[in-house]
Design a protein around this ligand. Structure first.
Ligand code: 5GP
Ligand code: MN
Length: 337
């Protein structure tokens, strides 16, 4: 979907631009934001990236990371920038609530909102919408937005390429998931040609664990993983005590859910974590099992068919029991040969 194309003419003169993304940014959220940031800076716009929260330390290597404005650290500046922006980019989310504390600031801002995203069921709040749920990552859409729409492909330098490569790499599980089409590989080839060092990015993102994080992984696999063979389902339930024992912070649990899915025959995996203020859920599935439907219906969340998230204000046991009680409804699809 591409609507509001006529608004693009705004970019012909320097503008005040603020790039926003979802709460607790992941590799795609931050990669697409910083990729677009570096690109727009080349045209003399005043550009800022603002986020609602901190993000995993493995993303600290991203070019431009030190220029990202984190709301809790600079609330007044964030508010001012959003209020005065001519254009607010909304990247890697299509529901305003996903920006958490930024939601009212974005909703009340007078500037145009331009959404670039690949999540299902987009809300209708943007003046320009460049949206495709078949895209593997928002970073892929930023690439085509720059190249096809803005005709600026030749301006993609090593910094932009590194950011977009990181976004695509993390949202495709290192080019493994079903969303990794040949078009994705063509874009990745162009990004490498433009200066993205694929091996170095992989090293920085995936080989940057602390000893504590790895020991937590061992602990979780041994003590927190439950398998329910009759529903081809496996889940982790992680308590606040588990988190504090290993001093687990943002990003340390990233990818854990995939271990549950890696068991032979498992088609639905969940990571259920007691984050104190809320219980956070991550669901992953194989084939047609609709993680997004389950998250939307039971856990106030959403996402993609095979990867979704949600949350609950109940306690950990209640959420685990609710998750287990849903499985019979999906028995046919979970056990289909
Ligand atoms: P994760 O499990 O890695 O947190 O998220 C997986 C996918 O689900 C991501 O695409 C993310 O955008 C989406 N997602 C995660 N949490 C939420 C949530 O609370 N609400 C909605 N609508 N989507 C979510
Ligand atoms: Mn994404």
């Amino acid at each position: 979907m591409f609507t509001g194309e006529e608004n693009l003419q705004l970019l012909t003169t320097p503008k005040r631009i603020v790039i926003t993304t979802h709460h607790k940014p992941d590799g795609d959220a931050l990669g697409s934001s910083l990729g677009l940031y570096h690109f727009l800076k080349k045209y003399n716009h005043t550009v800022h990236v603002v986020v609602s929260s901190d993000f995993p330390s493995f993303l600290d290597c991203m070019p431009g990371r030190e220029e990202v404005i984190i709301y809790p650290e600079q609330p007044a500046l964030t508010g001012e920038l959003l209020a005065e922006a001519d254009i607010i980019f909304c990247l890697d989310y299509s529901a305003l609530s996903r920006t958490n504390v930024l939601e009212p600031l974005i909703a009340n801002a007078k500037g145009q909102k331009w959404m670039i995203d690949h999540h299902l069921d987009p809300e209708n709040f943007a003046d320009l919408v460049y949206w495709d749920s078949n895209a593997a990552a928002t970073a892929q859409l930023i690439y085509t937005f720059i190249d096809d729409v803005l005709k600026g492909g030749e301006k993609i330098d090593a910094a932009i390429a590194t950011c977009l490569y990181t976004g695509i790499m993390t949202d495709t599980g290192s080019f493994r998931f079903r969303n990794t089409t040949s078009a994705v590989h063509h874009i990745i080839a162009s990004l490498i040609d433009a200066g993205a060092k694929n091996w170095e990015i992989h090293e920085q993102i995936y080989n940057s664990s602390s000893e504590r994080r790895l020991k937590f992984l061992g602990y979780a696999l041994l003590n927190c993983l439950e398998v329910i063979p009759e529903y081809n389902t496996a889940y982790f339930a992680i308590s606040k005590e588990d988190l504090s024992k290993f001093e687990i912070s943002t990003g340390d649990t990233e990818g854990l859910v995939n271990y549950a899915l890696s068991i032979k025959g498992i088609r639905l995996a969940a990571l259920i974590i007691d984050r104190s203020e809320l219980i956070k859920l991550s669901l992953r599935s194989i084939g047609e099992i609709p993680c997004n439907e389950i998250c939307k219906k039971y856990f106030s969340g959403g996402g993609h068919l095979n990867a979704s998230g949600g949350s609950s204000s109940s306690d950990l046991n209640t959420v685990v029991n609710l998750f287990k009680s849903i499985l019979p409804d999906y028995k046919e699809i979970l056990t289909r040969k």
